[in-house]
Design a binder for this molecule. Structure first.
Ligand code: PLP
Length: 457
């Protein structure tokens, strides 16, 4: 028998540890833990039966929304009865082979070699290990350092955490496992320079870091096509071409962390396509199955993968569930559904509508900037300080007390975040139509208007 709302709350309080959450916010004396019980199209419903637009796609994952359960279940069911599980440890099964082949065909350039994982952090770890193994095999084992960008989030396992540049997530866990230099990200808000000047400055900074560290000590540069943490930091024109040039000149590998940006989030199979650059390694997860199952992958270029085929060389890395056949079957079905229902086309057609809906909020004093691409946007929230930034107390009141509750009240799931500046992340499922995006825009406008009043603006 299904648990009552009260029983769910009580048992969650007693037993369930939440991810990236302050447990004391919930339960006795705090607010009710949102418990989602059902999904339908772009909506989720909580245990009280209240409906929300999932304007964060369950952390940038549910590209297809929640309406494809039966078709996904059919793919999973067929696989479960055929072969529920087998590993890719020196063996394989048809679905991992088929999915690797599909991903190689969809990925740009000669990104043709696919290693499966169970999620984003594992993909980032794997990309690093493949980069290291490449350098060792090509006679440059001294390339042990990496370059990543300020405020970026690349995951929480200890290797990925070294690339992550969000200090409170790192500090408790000791010295980083990898030596990483964090360079400026591509945040253009509050930067008066024109795009070309800004781009040149950002690339010069990276060149300087490469020179300072010694070019032949650097294994990889890792970056997202559009950086999430900090609020959808879109690169200036020419930036990714510049990263490619710097890497090529100095023998450094370029890793595109596409855990968020792949699978339609930017209107392309891979965000790198939008940036018109082919990286050496590309990480995916989240949207690979539209979150109907947990799965990730790294796609490597022919050059990076080549040493793995040297006689006698073995790849000293693997995950038990990497390439799980049921997840692979669902990822294959996900790709079929994207094609059948023209999901990429929908993102391209609706991007101007989503942008326009969000930009309406610029008339409110609390909204300083709206930035993003595809179905991946952030609104920067500002106060009346000269630089518009809220202090810690104000951020606590606005981002952790007012907005989470008011958004839910307005029937919207979105994320207020201050890993960098104060932003509201908006990334709806890729199947949303114009009417739904207008509805979302109306709701957000009302919430942000109230937020401004709450903050005395
Ligand atoms: C860019 C990026 N890389 C890596 C990760 C880690 O993915 P996961 O949470 O699946 O381990 C995330 C998660 O949000 C991410 O956004």
């Amino acid at each position: 028998m299904a648990l009552t709302v009260e029983a769910l709350q009580a048992r969650a309080a007693d037993h369930l540890l939440l991810h990236f959450a302050r447990h004391s916010d919930f339960g006795a004396g705090g607010r009710e833990l949102p418990v989602m019980v059902r999904g339908e199209g772009p909506y989720v419903f909580d245990a009280h039966g209240r409906r929300y637009i999932d304007a964060l796609s369950s952390l940038f994952c549910s590209q297809l929304g929640y309406g494809y359960g039966e078709e996904m279940a059919q793919a999973a069911g067929a696989q479960l009865t055929e072969l529920a599980f087998h590993t890719n440890w020196g063996t394989a099964h048809p679905r991992s082979i088929e999915l690797a082949t599909r991903l190689a065909a969809l990925a740009p350039g000669d990104l043709n070699r696919v290693f499966f994982t169970s999620g984003g952090s594992e993909s980032v770890e794997t990309s690093w290990k493949l980069a290291r193994l490449y350098h060792i095999a090509t006679g440059e084992p001294q390339r042990t350092k990496a370059i990543a960008r300020q405020t970026a989030y690349h995951g929480v396992t200890l290797g990925a955490l070294a690339f992550t540049a969000v200090e409170p997530m790192k500090a408790p866990f000791g010295p980083p496992a990898i030596e990483v230099r964090h360079v400026s990200n591509t945040n253009a808000y509050r930067d008066d320079a024109d795009e070309a000047t800004r781009c040149a400055r950002l690339l010069d900074e990276i060149e300087a870091v490469v020179a300072e560290e010694g070019a032949d000590t650097i294994a990889a540069i890792i970056a997202e096509p559009v950086q999430n943490a900090g609020g959808c930091l879109v690169p200036p024109a020419g930036y990714w071409a510049g990263l490619r040039r710097i890497c090529d000149e100095h023998g450094i590998l370029l890793i595109a962390d596409e855990v968020i940006c792949a699978f339609g989030r930017l209107g392309e199979w891979f965000g790198s396509v939008r940036n018109e650059v082919v990286p050496d390694l590309l990480t995916v997860a989240k949207g690979l199955t539209s979150a109907y199952a947990p799965m990730g992958a790294v796609v490597a270029s022919e050059r990076v993968a080549a040493p793995l085929y040297d006689p006698g060389r073995s790849l000293a890395h693997g995950f038990t569930f990497g390439g799980h056949p049921v997840c692979a079957a669902m990822a294959l079905r996900n790709i079929e559904l994207f094609e059948r229902d023209d999901v990429l086309g929908n993102v391209r057609r609706q991007e101007p509508q989503l942008r326009a809906q969000l930009e309406r909020a610029l008339e409110l004093p609390i909204v300083g900037d709206v930035r993003g691409a595809g179905f991946f946007w952030a609104l920067e929230l500002v106060g009346d300080a000269p630089d518009g930034r809220f202090d810690a107390d104000a951020r606590e009141r606005l981002l952790r007390q007012f907005l989470p509750a008011r958004l839910l009240d307005a029937g919207v799931i979105a994320r207020a975040d201050d890993r960098g500046d104060s932003v509201l992340h908006i990334a709806p499922p890729l199947i949303c139509d114009a009417a739904l995006l207008t509805d979302l825009g109306d709701r957000l406008h009302a919430v942000l208007e109230d937020a401004g009043t709450f903050m005395g603006l």
